[in-house]
Design a protein around this ligand. Structure first.
Ligand code: PLP
Length: 474
């Protein structure tokens, strides 16, 4: 009974938290000193003594939510993290309560089934064949496959492991060969560099292909670049392309890049952590034109599919490559067994894993494809509207007409000015945005994730920025 009461308290508290945030009541972000929060939350006390239930839990939750950063506030325009659909959050509760690790079918048949079919749904959106259910016959041609990981960073590593298994299968025995190179644009997400580190490639083996001034791959120049590397005796682990890039939300020309990679016999990995969700929209899926020619794709559900953090799909055109990504020995897990479902444990870095597919599935299933496509289109359309609004404002510059839902703009002035403006905005707490380096300069950056953000919020933001600029120059 106590648990049920705590549940009801929690649901009420969350509902009021979301309602206040949706209505722009209070601050979108506040960052009290950690020592102050530690005292307020009495973390050490509860760790030592226990008993954080009932009344005490209610007070703790109040303090916790009071200092939480409010993604539900339409003035949240900062990181590439969804305002989660409440059904996705319920999925997290069910997942945590049942604690079924669905990477082994026997540990969670329902979770494993949801994961498997979610991956198949995504494979079909890419244009790849889904994996058959046990007992079904395989489709004609290559059979696609996938796995879910805790986030895009781990997903990128997993995809590159699959590429390594394909390009240098002897690396398992002999270690990483010295002639292996990874070709990834300078502007790619830092998890690609980390993956290179973890794979033991060394940063000297991470090369940027020729890029245009915005950091997009130049496919014509890529051809010669790959040929030169191959002529010098290097093996290319993969070419990485962005869909879209983290700083400014730009999409590489996937079809042309894929054609060059095919000609050169090189694995193409598409980092679509943020932008692959455009595949749901008839109007925006052209941004990923040619993605089906790639070998692997990463697609986060906790970015543009309204799922709670964290869940990413690693998808491959040929499932055998993902099956070869890892080698493992664990007699208590890996042995021949007759079973009615599919284990995907051999496809991930992780051993025990949450039913993250359930959280994503419930968020997606509550809305359905058409409603999600409308959400995606709304956010991308809003980005263009924002760009049109800011462009003519004196003293402001917009980086470009945004292809998706990330807008970069800056005030006339130094890089330090942009950073100082963001600092003041965050100190005030009425708006939350980030900054980024792009074309060698620092820009203020809006990622329009919140379905409640309107042009009026941007007008308010610009007014506040003007006030800060005046105060700085006074
Ligand atoms: C293009 C891209 N790839 C990968 C990642 C990392 O994803 P995650 O934060 O889920 O690890 C991000 C995060 O913003 C991203 O923008």
């Amino acid at each position: 009974m106590a648990f049920l009461d705590d549940c009801i308290t929690t649901i009420h508290a969350l509902e009021s938290y979301a309602q206040r945030a949706n209505a722009r009541t209070g601050k979108v972000i506040q960052q009290p000193p950690m020592a102050e929060l530690a005292a307020e939350l009495r973390v050490e006390h509860w760790l030592e003594h226990g008993g954080l239930e009932g009344e005490a839990f209610t007070r703790f939750l109040e303090s916790y939510l009071a200092a939480a950063t409010r993604l539900h506030d339409p003035r949240y325009m900062a990181h590439q993290v969804a305002v989660p659909h409440p059904m996705g959050a319920l999925g997290a509760l069910v997942d945590a309560f049942t604690n079924n690790g669905p990477v082994l079918y026997e540990m969670g048949p329902s979770g494993a089934t949801v994961d498997y079919l979610l991956l198949n749904w995504m494979l079909k959106k890419v244009g790849w064949n889904p994996s058959p259910l046990p007992g079904e016959s395989s489709p004609q041609g290559l059979v696609g496959g996938g796995t879910l990981t805790h986030g895009g960073s781990l997903a990128n590593l997993t995809a590159l492991m699959a590429a390594r298994g394909c390009v240098a299968p002897d690396a398992w025995q002999k270690g990483i060969p010295r002639d292996l190179l990874l070709v990834a644009p300078e502007v790619c997400h830092y998890s690609i560099g980390r993956a290179a580190d973890i794979l033991g490639l060394g940063r000297e083996a991470l090369l940027s292909p020729p890029l245009d001034a915005d950091g997009k791959i130049l496919p014509g120049a890529l051809r010669g670049f790959l040929r030169d590397l191959q002529d010098r005796g290097s093996r290319i682990l993969a070419v990485v392309a962005n869909a879209c890039s983290t700083p400014a939300g730009l999409f590489d020309p996937l079809r042309a890049v894929a054609e060059v990679c095919r000609e050169a016999g090189v694995w193409l990995h598409v980092d679509g952590a943020h932008g692959a969700s455009a595949l749901l929209s008839e109007r925006y899926r052209g941004l990923l034109d040619g993605v089906e020619l790639a070998d692997s794709l990463v697609w986060d559900t906790h970015k543009m599919l309204r799922a709670p953090i964290v869940c990413a799909a690693v998808l491959v055109r040929d499932q055998r490559h993902l099956d070869g990504a890892f080698h493992q020995e664990a007699s208590y897990l890996f042995h021949d067994k007759d079973q009615p479902g599919v284990d995907l444990i051999h496809r991930t870095v992780e051993c025990t894993k949450g039913a993250i597919g359930l959280r994503s599935f419930l968020a997606i299933a509550a809305e359905g494809e058409a409603a999600l496509a409308r959400y995606i289109e709304r956010q991308a359309d809003l980005a263009q509207e924002v760009s049109r609004y800011i462009t003519p404002l004196p003293g402001f510059e917009v980086a470009m007409d945004p292809p998706f839902n990330i807008v970069c703009f800056r005030l006339d002035g130094s890089d330090e000015l942009q950073l100082e403006i963001r600092k003041r905005l965050l100190d005030q707490g009425d708006f939350y945005l980030t900054t980024t380096n792009f074309r060698g300069r620092r820009w203020l950056r809006l990622t329009l994730m919140n379905p409640g953000t309107e042009l009026g919020d941007i007008r308010g933001l610009i007014e506040e920025i003007k006030t800060h600029r005046q105060a700085i120059s006074a």
